[in-house]
Design a protein around this ligand. Structure first.
Ligand SMILES: Nc1nc2c(ncn2[C@@H]2O[C@H](COP(=O)(O)OP(=O)(O)OP(=O)(O)O)[C@@H](O)[C@H]2O)c(=O)[nH]1
Ligand SMILES: [Mg+2]
Ligand SMILES: [Zn+2]
Length: 363
């Protein structure tokens, strides 16, 4: 039996290595040496340098989980830090990416070692990447390859903060991810309050679904919307992200927490991000609630594009070609606000984000 062995792995990087390139990295050597096997999979969890990879089923093997480390040169390629104090590391990084080398959602190729361990060799190009500012304003990749962002807020307990919903929508829109607004704890409010809190999002064209884990409302709709797609559940702590996922997929047993009773303010029940394969097909990520969400590297035009209901009023140029849509006369967007065709609250939300982007203020 002829067997394959890796000859040299040092120049593999995140770049889109084709199968041929991988094959060229290997050569046939004498019989009797160890066989090297590569598999493809999705990163489900990252815990201090260890990655849990869900290997795809292939001809010979069923899907299964592997504990993988990362090939050393991949770390170097991807490590990037904006802090001046670590300038030396920056000079060694080939391209400005993030602190996180591999994130959940990444599709990877890994070398299988012993039974359930391996080494990640290639990170395939990402379709989307959702990042936020981490410690010291370093970018932290949260989840990659998302189709959909499940923006979970509670109808009450805690009351939804619409400005924060707008930020999450922006985070999704600016990364090319479809927002799905999930208004959980529908059991706690009546129709009038539900409409007051979430109605405007449905009016501008977003899909808003009301759910209740307690009264089992909206769960079937939610299941349908998750099927076959990669979705991250995001939003503040205590809104019921983990509770919803437990309901969507019984048997998950994600930890959930009482808020305001036994926990102190700001406690997060979920602490690790993880991507979960759904029995119905598709993947869903549970994430710890975020207290703040800083939007990264967006300029005024990105922000305008992220407020999807503004589009019809920006088709024709305003009187001034460089209109900032603030106090300028002859501004189509402001006029639409005055006429009540664009929500004043959403417009003000845009202004806040635009000023933040210009001042570099943390949100
Ligand atoms: N009344 C009501 N309570 C709910 C509902 N869904 C969840 N809860 C409660 O809300 C609390 C928080 O739920 P979790 O699922 O832990 O919230 P989470 O969003 O995952 O929170 P973090 O993990 O901290 O980000 C728990 O006490 C749940 O029982 C609901 O539909 N109605
Ligand atoms: Mg949770
Ligand atoms: Zn204008």
């Amino acid at each position: 039996m002829k067997l394959l062995r890796r000859r040299k792995a040092t120049n593999l990087t995140i770049s889109d290595l084709s199968d041929d390139a991988i094959r060229n990295e290997t050569e046939l050597i004498e019989e009797g040496t160890e066989e090297v096997c590569f598999r493809e999979g999705v990163v489900l969890k990252a815990i201090s340098g260890l990655y849990i990879v869900h290997a795809d089923a292939d001809k010979e093997s069923a899907p299964s989980l592997f504990r993988c480390s990362l090939r050393g040169n991949l770390k170097k390629d991807l490590t990037y830090n904006t802090s001046k104090s670590v300038a030396r590391r920056v000079t060694r990084a080939k391209r400005p990416l993030t602190k996180d080398t591999v994130a959940i959602g990444d599709r990877v190729r890994f070398q299988v070692n012993e039974e359930d361990t391996g080494v990640i060799e290639v990170i395939h190009p990402r379709t989307t990447r959702f990042a936020r500012a981490g410690e010291g304003r370093r970018e932290q990749t949260m989840v990659t390859n998302l189709d959909q962002m499940g923006i979970v807020f509670a109808c009450a307990e805690p009351n939804p903060d619409l400005w924060r919903i707008d930020r999450w929508i922006m985070a999704a829109e600016s990364n090319g991810i479809e927002p799905l607004i999930i208004a959980n704890k529908r059991d706690l409010v009546d129709e009038k309050i539900f409409q007051e809190r979430f109605g405007e999002y449905a009016r501008i064209g977003y899909r808003v679904i009301a759910t209740s884990v307690r009264q089992q409302i909206g769960i079937e709709t939610l299941k349908t919307l998750l099927r076959g797609r990669i979705t991250a559940f995001t939003g503040p702590s205590g809104v019921g992200k983990s509770s919803l996922l437990n309901f969507v997929q019984p048997g998950l047993k994600l930890a959930t927490g009482e808020i305001g009773l036994t926990t102190f303010k700001g406690k997060h029940t979920t602490t690790v991000r993880e991507l979960i394969p759904l029995e119905t097909g598709g993947w869903v990520a549970d994430t710890p609630g975020l207290r703040s969400l800083e939007l990264l590297n967006l300029d005024r035009d990105d922000l305008l594009a992220g407020f999807i209901e503004f589009a019809p009023f920006l088709e024709l140029p305003c009187r001034f070609h460089n209109c900032r849509h603030e106090a300028e006369p002859g501004c189509h967007l402001k006029e639409a606000v005055e006429r009540g065709e664009v929500s004043r609250r959403r417009y003000e939300s845009f202004l806040i984000l635009a000023h933040e982007a210009e001042d570099g203020v943390k949100g």
